[in-house]
Write a protein that binds this ligand. Structure first.
Ligand code: PLP
Length: 373
């Protein structure tokens, strides 16, 4: 008998979230970002929900190959480009669009001389300072790429550091528009936060990731209230034990929690080896929320490898076998993330392979189909 923990990936929610992107950026084509195995959801599991996209953005060649195996014929963008000269022929074999962010990549193209035409997205560093050519070097990089017979279309690309925070993006847009002025070609700038909050940055292509999965770019659920996003992943388990505590009794490793009154606590089959954040440990002012039989309560004591404990005060009828939602519908993943000092992105990406996962399919939203690997 398997442990009761399981995750569900909701394809209709993902399709809904893509529609939210379309409503916000009606004039732009969409690169649906599915790096990190679709932010932990599984490329094969999310694919049907994202069929309506214009292209997919990802990092690993094997993810691109998976997409082609699924039958996707449209554009695929390698967001970091390629890493070695041997990768260049694969760009043609799998018809991949590639980011080009440094002279070394231009050099690899010059040496490999693929037949082409290759679609490239030339990356401009407008202040993020991770990838991209400095504005002063951008025109020369563009001219060098333009001169290569193997290069077809060149899209101008940059990435924002503060589309979800007070500093904003005006300084980066200005740097982008200055560096690309008088160069032909489309532009691709916006991550999820810019899709939601910076229409001036939408341009020809947008590159949303996290909102397709229903979480907030800021890590705060309140910031996307009313936007219409739906959670794409839910994580469920059950109570496997109940304990009655007396005042002074402690819970779990390190005795991090001490009961100050008679309490009932429930033990949930879910721990950090399932991907639940150990930092959500129930102490301090932020205790991670949990639903038990649909009632919101919170963690007590340290999260251990395979179990965590919850206060059953708000749910007096709970018993062994009661259903537990760790995140998903009714309990935003961002709320759990916030109590753990992180963002929803990190939790969804960390869902452990040992958690059995089913898919609520597009055609029958209420039924969960068997595991898609
Ligand atoms: C990950 C990534 C995105 C998507 O970011 P979100 O914040 O998840 O929308 C967009 N562009 C690039 C280059 C990325 O690496």
């Amino acid at each position: 008998m398997p442990r009761p923990i399981h995750a569900v990936i909701h394809q209709p929610a993902i399709a809904n979230n893509l529609e939210v992107v379309r409503r916000h950026a009606p004039g732009s084509r969409v690169w649906a970002v599915i790096k990190a195995n679709a932010y932990g959801h599984g490329i094969r599991r999310v694919f049907a929900g994202l069929r309506g996209t214009d292209g997919f953005g990802l990092l690993d060649l094997n993810e691109a190959v998976q997409l082609r195996d699924l039958g996707w014929q449209g554009p695929i963008l390698l967001l970091e480009g390629f890493f070695q000269p041997q990768d260049v022929p694969l760009l043609e074999q799998y018809r991949l669009t590639t980011a080009v962010h440094c002279d070394e990549q231009l050099r690899m193209l010059e040496i490999a001389r693929p037949k082409g035409p290759l679609a490239i997205q030339l990356k401009l560093n407008t202040g993020m300072n991770r990838l991209g050519f400095q504005p002063s070097q951008y025109r020369a990089a563009w001219e060098r790429a333009r001169a290569m017979p193997c290069v077809g279309s060149i899209v101008h690309m940059t990435h924002f550091s503060d589309a979800d925070s007070p500093r904003g993006i005006a300084h980066q847009i200005e740097a982008f528009d200055t560096a690309t002025a008088n160069l032909p070609g489309e532009a691709s700038l916006s991550n999820s936060a810019a899709v939601l909050w910076h229409p001036e940055a939408h341009r020809a292509w947008v590159r949303p990731g996290v909102i397709l999965y229903g979480a907030s770019p800021t890590g705060r659920e309140a910031d996307v209230a009313g936007v219409g996003l739906q959670p794409a992943m839910s994580l469920h388990s059950e109570l496997i034990a109940v304990q009655d505590l007396q005042p002074g009794d402690t819970v779990g490793y390190g005795s991090m929690f001490t009961a100050d009154r008679p309490m009932r606590i429930g033990v949930v089959a879910c721990g950090y080896a399932d991907g639940y954040p150990r930092h959500a440990t129930g102490w301090g002012e932020h205790r991670a929320p949990v639903l038990v039989d649909g009632v919101r309560t919170e963690l007590v004591g340290r999260v251990s490898m395979d179990m965590l404990c919850v206060d059953l005060g708000p749910c007096p009828k709970a018993r062994i076998g009661s259903s537990v939602t760790l995140w998903g519908q009714g309990l935003p993943i961002d709320d759990v993330a916030q109590a753990s000092g992180t963002v929803g992105y990190e939790l969804m990406c960390a869902l452990a392979p040992r958690v059995p996962t089913t898919v609520a399919t597009i055609t029958a939203p209420d039924s969960a189909s068997p595991l898609l690997a």
